[in-house]
Design a protein around this ligand. Structure first.
Ligand SMILES: Nc1ncnc2c1ncn2[C@@H]1O[C@H](COP(=O)(O)OP(=O)(O)OP(=O)(O)O)[C@@H](O)[C@H]1O
Ligand SMILES: [Mg+2]
Length: 253
């Protein structure tokens, strides 16, 4: 089946950041990932597509990292059809630009058209806290992604759950792994509950670097290295091609 072929390693990758739940850290993760990757690859090869009407990612990145490409294509009920097609087109065209990566920050909510678009990506980062209020809708979201993948017999996108706002010192993610064990997901490195990130949008984007604590810098740098290795360099593809079981959790920290 062509869909299940390991994608050409050099092809551009599209990374969606999505969850039905609001406030779980989608925009923060999109911004920080773009910034972390900009230290590892030419920033002009990175495009952040901001589909959230709130323009969080656009506002922040255009000030902090103007060298990263930013496309603002809000996906709201009013613009949904046009802009979903535009994002789709962008992702398709981008695929033929070797070494490029597109990060798509999506709005919360449960539009089926948006989920179908997300399912066309190479991978989906799903931030969530460990609280039930976030984990329950997150599981539902993963279930609907699994369904779309099964419907088209696809092994893409890779689903990566990103534990966010994790209390300091927490190292045990077995409860989360247990809850997700029937889903085809990977658990990515945890991001701690970081004071400087909590006040992220209050200050000036250009100044964040100076004010951010070392914990924040190290968590996001580690996250960037994880994405570089497992997503951009194809380590996840290798794991999946060696592993015949359909449902698995690969906790990586
Ligand atoms: N690791 C973290 N530590 C502390 N605070 C965080 C962390 N990640 C995100 N936050 C805070 O949580 C709030 C929500 O984050 P963010 O706006 O990124 O979520 P979102 O999923 O994009 O929300 P929305 O659904 O409204 O688009 C923000 O105030 C942000 O600063
Ligand atoms: Mg957001």
């Amino acid at each position: 089946m062509p869909n299940n072929k390991v994608k050409n390693l050099n092809n551009a990758k599209s990374i969606f950041v999505a969850n039905v739940k609001g406030g779980v850290g989608k925009s923060t993760l999109s911004i920080m990932l773009a910034r972390a990757l900009a230290e590892k690859m030419p920033p002009q090869n990175i495009t952040l597509i901001d589909t959230d009407l709130q323009r969080t990612a656009t506002e922040f990145l255009s000030k902090s990292n103007p060298e990263i490409n930013i496309e603002f294509l809000p996906i709201t009920p009013a613009f949904e059809n046009t802009n979903i097609s535009l994002v789709q087109q962008f992702i398709k065209q981008n695929e033929f630009r070797p070494g490029h990566v597109a990060i798509v920050d999506t709005p919360a909510g449960s539009s089926q058209r948006l989920w179908n678009l997300v399912a066309e990506g190479y991978c989906v980062l799903i931030p969530t806290t460990l609280s039930n209020a976030d984990l329950l809708p997150t599981e539902n979201f993963i279930r609907s992604m699994d369904k779309v993948k099964a419907r088209y017999a696809k092994s893409y996108p890779h689903l990566i759950v990103c534990p966010n706002k994790i209390p300091f010192g927490q190292k045990d993610f077995s409860i989360m792994a247990e809850r997700l064990k029937n889903h085809d997901v990977v658990i990515g490195p945890a991001l701690r509950d970081l004071a400087s990130v909590r006040h992220f949008y209050n200050g000036k984007a250009e100044k964040w670097e100076n004010k951010s604590d070392l914990n924040a810098q190290s968590d996001f740098r580690q996250f960037g290295s994880f994405i570089e290795k497992f997503v951009l360099k194809g380590e996840l593809d290798k794991i999946y091609s060696q592993n015949e079981t359909r449902k698995n959790v690969v906790p990586i920290r």
